[in-house]
Design a protein around this ligand. Structure first.
Ligand code: FES
Length: 493
């Protein structure tokens, strides 16, 4: 028997939607839609949901499954699952009114106009156009992306969200289209996406909207001098001047450690640890020392290019990739201590011709920690999954396994640990109001766990979440890098 929580709403009797719990027998691979049918049969519950093809093709059965968009006919039901309607006005139970988005699609004329006044209609698609549109055209209009996007959900701002951006990107690369889709995307909030990757994660057709539509449109905007936002220009200026996206006040971490051990393992420090958070680099040295691990920290390494790729300023990325490729060419493994750097090295650099063997520090350390040398910390912690670690690199278990190895740690999972904190995609610089609202949402979720600190592995998340906690007057809950926590566990009294 499993318990399933379904959102119920009948406007005749309910003021607002509420969850009701049902118990059913789960059959192997039972889908949400089957579960609802079973509940309706067993309880005579009359739960309303739209569905048609039952094959993941029509997109009509979109719901929220534990807060994330999904197709009810495809998603397997689980014990304790919370099934809610998508983020549109609810008509009844899981049926929503999608007319607002349909109206927007109509207003933007997101279809090819074969009328006589469209003198581009007979243009031919080039192979390049075909390639670009192919990546984003398999949408089945289930609105899973739109219902899951944290900016659409929490921010009351003009933002078309992943659904509209995907559509605009598709027509931008279609020469038969008669409108200026780039300008429209800028008006729709092209620079309001945090690059969290939720839209891709929930898309039943695996469309990479933030990469193949939003980052692509940002790249075109920069080429046409319509992007990035003025606040993003400093990343590129700093990189051109120093190789780093942020300036250092004192000696960089690499200058301080000068670590050459003839190891086959090298550290990619990233701009934040090298120029701003040198203490995290020092903490890593302590942890590696305690476990007898020797690494190199080669000089000459530069920014991975993440702030440029995320904001569309890609014209100097090849240069950065080539420099790093040369610096790390003789190493078997390159470890990263920033989720954003790791994700960029793994996911973006191969397109620029670099295929280093990259490991996030959590996946590198998880099976190497000497727990006998650790002391008891006697504290409670929760874990925030950085978007560029959880979704960007598919790493969720390794950091939790590390936390569970530290003695005296009480681990308290928060409700949605992978919900974006709002730090990425150039948002903190370009739209700080979005970053702070999302950080506040995350902070409230952290507060609910009762944990004494929140642990993460991304310097950008670390800053933004602490800002969020401070904004709800919970400065006492500390945000800490997992490496700093390990340093404490290995610290000698
Ligand atoms: S019923 Fe058609 S996609 Fe689920």
């Amino acid at each position: 028997m499993i318990k399933v929580y379904i959102s119920r709403f009948d406007r005749e009797v309910d003021e607002k939607p509420h969850l009701e719990c049902y118990e059913i027998e789960k059959t192997p691979q039972m889908k949400v839609l089957d579960a609802i049918n079973a509940i309706n049969e067993k309880y005579d519950a009359d739960i309303s949901i739209r569905s048609s093809c039952r094959a993941g093709q029509c997109g009509s059965c979109g719901i929220l499954f534990n807060g994330n968009g999904a197709l009810a006919c495809q998603k397997e039901i689980k014990d304790g699952a919370i099934i809610e309607p998508q983020n549109f006005p609810v008509i009844k139970d899981l049926i929503v009114d999608k007319s607002s988005i349909e109206k927007e699609v109509k207003e933007l004329q997101l279809s090819l106009n074969p009328e006589q006044n469209n003198d581009k209609i007979n243009e031919n698609l080039t192979p390049e156009n075909m390639k670009n549109t192919k990546k984003v055209r398999s949408c089945i209009e289930c609105y899973s992306c739109l219902s899951t996007c944290p900016v659409v959900k929490f921010i009351k701002t003009k933002f078309g969200g992943p659904y509209i951006m995907r559509y605009l990107s598709k027509f931008e690369s279609d020469p038969r289209d008669e409108f200026n889709r780039l300008d429209e995307s800028l008006k729709e909030g092209l620079y309001k996406c945090t690059s969290c990757g939720k839209c891709k994660a929930v898309c039943p057709k695996n469309i990479n909207t933030f990469g193949d539509a939003i980052e692509r449109l940002r790249e075109i905007a920069c080429k046409e001098n319509k992007g990035p936002l003025p606040e993003h220009l400093a990343f590129k200026e700093n990189i051109q001047e120093t190789g780093r996206s942020i300036k250092s006040k004192g000696p960089s971490f690499i200058e301080q450690v000068k670590n050459e051990n003839n190891s086959k393992i090298a550290l990619f420090t990233g701009c934040m640890v090298d120029n701003k958070l040198q203490h995290i680099g020092e903490a890593l040295m302590d942890v590696l020392d305690a476990n007898g691990i020797k690494i190199d920290i080669p000089e000459g390494q530069v920014c991975c290019g993440s702030p440029l790729i995320r904001t569309g300023q890609t014209d100097i990325v090849q240069e950065l990739v080539d420099k790093n490729k040369e610096v790390f060419k003789n190493y078997d493994t390159v470890i990263t201590i920033c989720a954003g750097c790791g994700s960029t090295l793994k996911n973006n650099h191969p397109k620029y011709g670099s295929n280093l063997n990259v490991m996030d520090i959590s996946e590198f350390l998880v099976d190497k920690l000497d727990t006998n040398k650790m002391k008891e910390l006697n504290t409670s912690v929760t874990w925030h999954d950085p978007c560029h670690l959880g979704r960007g690199q598919g790493i969720k278990d390794a950091p939790r396994d590390i936390l569970n190895q530290i003695k005296g740690i009480e681990f308290k999972e928060m409700q949605y640990p992978c919900q974006c904190c709002g730090a990425g995609g150039g948002i903190k610089a370009g739209h700080p109001e979005i970053a702070s609202t999302l950080a506040k949402e995350k902070a409230k979720m952290i507060e609910e766990t009762g944990a004494e600190s929140v642990i993460t592995i991304c310097p950008f998340c670390q800053y933004n979440i602490q800002d969020g906690l401070n904004s709800i007057n919970r400065e006492d809950i500390k945000t800490m890098n997992i490496i700093e926590l390990l340093q404490l566990a290995y610290q000698k009294d």
